[in-house]
Design a protein around this ligand. Structure first.
Ligand code: PMP
Length: 448
């Protein structure tokens, strides 16, 4: 067993370039975990240690690990028709039924779906569809996409540029033209964020702007939950300038925030909605873009000839069948409602941790998306010096307690993010809170 593990570590270092990773750290230390089993909210590694997966892996395993129902659906579909194309005039039942299902659970005016293999492809697709829409409507100059600072929209060419975390642009030294970034409402009021948007629109020229994209709750930027009036104001601003509003629901979709889609928390309807992750709970790679009736009608009327955009796996039959079953589970088990209730319980737990510790700033949740900010002085919100690596230490302390979480340290923050599976129950939330409590106090003690 030990030999086997050593072998796996060596093979990993030699052959496996990990996504969003430090290649040098990998060469020095090898992988921190090699997981081999998932069950409910838990992950077990090759050493036999079991952890609470408080991130649903990558914010995506909404129905929890190890659901055999999805495996059975995948097996049946693979045996019947594992793959066939959806290009051009080809179609198949799983993608048709899934498109209909997604239209039925999306906000009222969004009823047509383009499928992709993941989140980045979905966002790139949404930008191209928005530009195509303006082009066929006779406004080809509308090409620019406005996104926000601290946004994460993926790593394909266009979605990297929409991402508002500069480290992602620097990696290859490129930045695609026609992307601009406005302020996000993190530590800012709605009015300040909207003013910044308006300035960007005016500066760039409203007649050059195709769309605005935003995550209802910014995930990788640090679980940033906007003020209650923010998205209503965004919708008004987009309408004022005739700018399409794209909601990036890749994390927030499929029950995560206590609503089926994140924007529904503020009763706002976007023009396009991108999704991935929770649509299959990560059991197979999948994603897509839902468009408004207005966009669909315009394309039906004016988009003559071929729509030159399509991925081999657009509407993948097996992934579609798995997505349908996954959505059925989310609905039947009332996981959206559970996310709301468990999120409220998690917040109360975070508040108790804040009361007991001297290094906890803001704590927040919306459904089962949550964050704890670690700060030097909770009264003034003064942050720790970056070289103290407080968030990294907290993550290690959490590992020691058997909890997998994720740090956000951009702009010298020390934020611990939480996104447990939507099936988590009260006792499991309480255990999670107790472990986080002990980890935070251990970090506080270490800092002195
Ligand atoms: N948008 C958001 C909000 C995301 O969180 C992510 C992935 N973390 C993406 C887009 C990109 O999705 P993918 O990694 O599937 O390409």
């Amino acid at each position: 067993m030990i030999l086997l593990l050593k072998n796996l570590v060596e093979l990993d270092q030699k052959h496996f370039i990990h996504p969003t990773s430090s290649i040098q750290q990998q060469q020095q230390e090898g992988p921190a975990f090699i997981f081999e089993k998932g069950d409910g909210i838990y992950l077990t590694d090759t050493k036999g240690d079991t952890y609470i997966d408080a991130m649903s892996a990558l914010w995506n395993v909404n129905i929890g690990h190890g659901r055999t129902e999805l495996a059975e659906v995948a097996k049946d579909q693979m045996e019947n028709l594992a793959f066939s194309s959806a290009f051009s005039t080809f179609s198949h039942e799983p993608a048709i039924l899934l498109a209909e299902k997604i239209a039925s659970i999306a906000p009222d005016s969004l009823n047509a779906v383009f499928f992709t293999s993941g989140g980045s492809e979905s966002n790139d697709t949404s930008f191209k569809l928005a530009r195509h829409y303006w082009k066929v409507k006779g406004e080809p100059k509308r090409r620019k996409i406005i996104s926000r600072k601290k946004a994460y929209h993926g790593v394909a060419a266009a979605s990297t540029s929409a991402t508002g975390i500069p480290q992602f642009w620097d990696m290859a030294g490129t930045f695609t033209p026609d992307f601009v970034h406005a302020e996000t409402p993190y530590e800012k009021s709605t009015a300040e964020a909207i003013d910044s948007m308006r300035q960007v629109i005016e500066q760039e020229g409203p007649e050059t702007i195709a769309a605005f994209i935003a995550e209802p709750v910014q995930g990788a930027g640090g679980v940033i939950i906007p003020p209650n009036d923010y998205f209503q104001e965004i919708r008004k601003l987009c309408d004022e300038y005739d700018i399409l509003f794209i909601a990036d629901e890749i994390i927030t979709g499929f029950g995560r925030t206590g609503e089926m889609f994140g924007v529904e928390n503020w009763e706002v309807e976007p023009d396009l909605m991108t999704f991935a992750k929770g649509v299959t709970s990560g059991y197979l790679p999948f994603g897509g873009v839902i468009v408004s009736d207005e966009i669909h009608e315009t394309l039906k009327e004016k988009s003559t000839g071929t729509l030159f955009h399509g991925f081999t796996y657009s509407g993948h039959p097996t992934a579609s069948a798995v997505a349908l079953k996954n959505i059925e589970i989310i609905e039947n088990e009332k996981l959206r409602e559970n996310a709301r209730h468990m999120g409220e319980r998690l917040l109360k737990g975070f508040q108790r941790i804040k009361a007991d510790a001297n290094i906890v700033g803001e704590v927040r949740t919306l459904g089962l998306l949550g964050a704890i900010e670690l700060v030097k002085d909770p009264a003034t919100n003064e942050r720790f010096p970056a070289d103290w690596k407080v968030a990294a230490n907290a993550i290690q302390a959490l590992y020691d307690q058997g909890v997998i979480c994720r740090p956000v340290t951009f702009d010298s923050t020390d934020i611990i993010c939480f996104a447990p599976p939507l099936i988590i129950n009260e006792a499991q939330v309480d255990t999670l809170v107790a472990r986080v409590h002990d980890a935070v106090l251990a970090v506080e003690k270490e800092i002195g």
